[in-house]
Design a protein around this ligand. Structure first.
Ligand code: GLA
Length: 383
């Protein structure tokens, strides 16, 4: 059992006086390729992380949910029999999940718990999807509902869209729910078909946190989403997944230069994901790296969701020992890049990126080496 799983149980015992009945772990994610494609019904290739949100909990005999967050040093208290008020903060994810489950006809039981996590927040590693999935699993356990990961992921996405107000795609919730250890998950976001793709031997996935976070990410994200919908509509389709590159080029005069670039990113990124899956399966690490670089260039120039810090850290990564490919990851506008690196050169890569990025930006990056982990799990509590 991980250190975090033990810590969260001890914290529960200290707060509530006895051992918890359930311990839930919901992971964050890093996306290898397929960025800003999910809400257009496209392809993505994320990996679930060992970094996660943990909740230790037990049911309550009443209709209250009491969840103490050790990271925020705050306690959320909800009465399930009353409508929730919309506010700001981490509690909104819990409230959103509650509302969606009630609307779906779940008869919810109250519970009390302690939560902690080690996913860097606001860094593009899906700390909020992990929080949503952990709360959803907690409700499923205490309310005696069987766990259906895909349905749960859709409900969490609905909570984020309807309650939190971000028109996100399904990638983050789905990989947090369905991740497979040692594998990336090739997801078709149109029909939610998923295929695990084994991580090739001899490489490490490295997350490079620029330590920059940008405000207004939500509104910029929603703006990109609506630009994709607009482009699809002008081209006579409901989502960009339905448009081929040839169709886009043939009808380019119908789109403004901006919408043409946005659509061009999504459509070409979908092709890159398919090629990346082929490259992973055939161990063509050079091709995988090149595709990641093309993805970064397209996100920077066509989709315009990168920033100076992300471009700088990607450049540093590409010139570091052992690097096969690097790109920004997640929604963008700051946060993290992802790189694939030859395992035996991991330490050299790490030191080189640190030095390079520090010199160029005066910021101290955080570099995380990761192992693809499983999706949401219920752990047996300590005896
Ligand atoms: C955020 C969203 C995802 C996805 C990525 C960009 O993480 O939650 O649905 O759109 O951005 O690929």
């Amino acid at each position: 059992m991980s250190k975090m799983a033990i810590q969260v149980q001890l914290a529960f015992e200290e707060r509530f006086g006895s051992a918890p009945e359930h311990v839930i772990r919901a992971p964050g994610r890093v996306n290898l390729i397929g960025e800003h494609t999910d809400y257009s019904g496209g392809f993505v290739l994320p990996v679930a992380l060992e970094h996660a949100v943990w909740i230790a909990l037990r049911p309550r005999p009443d209709q209250r949910v009491v969840l103490h967050s050790l990271d925020f040093a705050e306690t959320a208290e909800l009465d399930l029999s009353e409508p929730q008020k919309q506010e700001k903060g981490w509690q909104e994810y819990l409230k959103g999940i509650t509302k969606v489950l009630q609307e779906a006809g779940w008869k919810l039981t109250g519970w009390e718990g302690v939560m902690m996590g080690d996913i860097p927040q606001g860094a593009g590693l899906s700390s909020s999807a992990a929080l949503e999935m952990a709360c959803l699993r907690a409700f499923a356990e205490v309310s005696g509902k069987s766990w259906q990961p895909k349905i749960a992921a859709k409900m969490a996405q609905q909570a984020e869209t309807e309650w939190v107000g971000i028109s996100c795609g399904i990638m983050d919730q789905l990989i947090s729910a369905c991740g497979v250890a040692g594998h990336a998950l090739f997801i078709d976001c149109r029909n939610l078909e998923m295929k695990p793709v084994k991580l090739p031997e001899g490489i490490r996935i490295m997350i490079l946190d620029t330590m920059t976070r940008r405000g207004l990410v939500d509104s910029l994200y929603n703006e990109r989403h609506s630009q994709c919908l607009q482009a699809a509509e002008i081209l006579g389709k409901s989502i960009l997944r339905e448009v081929s590159l040839t169709e886009l080029q043939a009808q380019s005069s119908k789109l403004s230069p901006l919408l043409y670039r946005r659509a061009g990113h999504v459509i070409s990124e979908n092709q890159r994901v398919k090629h990346a899956v082929g490259a992973m399966r055939s161990n063509d690490l050079k091709l995988l790296g090149q595709l990641m670089q093309q993805s970064h260039a397209s996100l920077r120039d066509n989709f315009e969701v990168s920033n100076l810090a992300l471009n700088t850290i990607v450049e540093c990564a590409l010139s570091a020992p052992g690097c096969l490919g690097a790109r920004m990851t997640g929604a963008g506008f700051g946060g993290c890049a992802v790189a694939i690196v030859k395992t035996e050169l991991e330490m050299k890569f790490h030191n080189s990126v640190k030095d390079c990025y520090r010199k160029k930006s005066s910021l101290n990056p955080k570099i995380i080496s990761c192992n693809p982990a499983n999706g949401v799990t219920r752990l047996a509590p300590l005896a």
